[in-house]
Design a protein around this ligand. Structure first.
Ligand code: 2BA
Length: 109
């Protein structure tokens, strides 16, 4: 068995979950925050058989799109006037970041 963690954009979460549920995947949705943009994203957790991981990733690929977002970075200046002045930059956030982990045990009570 594998544990799949998929970090996706909030906007894609429900369409991805609808499709995953339809195909018989059990999924848990976590409201998460990206460490760089400090903006909300969604992490889906799914325990599934190894031979279903490819299909899972295919659904994520189909339903989750990359987007351009505006983030802010510091100017990097060190004088009192210009230090840590944030300025907006356009950042491409990928459709999904997916981790696939081995599962030692799966217990349902
Ligand atoms: P954030 O950390 O908010 O990152 C949003 C986007 O900002 C990233 O998109 C990337 O394009 C850019 N970015 C992130 N860190 C950067 C840095 N140190 N310098 C310059 N640009 C940077 P994605 O790479 O598609 O990542 C989307 C979200 O997936 C991330 O949100 C984070 O929550 C998660 N993520 C991505 N890679 C990860 C990893 N290796 N481990 C854990 N979480 C990850």
């Amino acid at each position: 068995m594998k544990l799949v963690l998929a970090i996706i954009n909030d906007e894609d979460a429900f369409t991805a979950m609808d499709q995953l549920n339809e195909k018989g995947y059990s999924v848990t949705k976590l409201a998460t925050t990206g460490g760089f943009l400090r903006a909300g994203n969604t992490t889906l957790i799914c325990g599934c058989d190894e031979d279903r991981v490819e299909e899972f990733v295919g659904i994520i690929e189909q339903k989750c799109k990359s987007r351009k977002k505006i983030g802010s970075v510091n100017s990097g200046g060190i004088s009192a006037n210009e230090s840590y002045v944030p300025f907006p930059v356009e950042i491409t956030v990928g459709g999904a970041t997916v981790f696939v982990l081995n599962v030692d045990e799966f217990i349902k009570i």
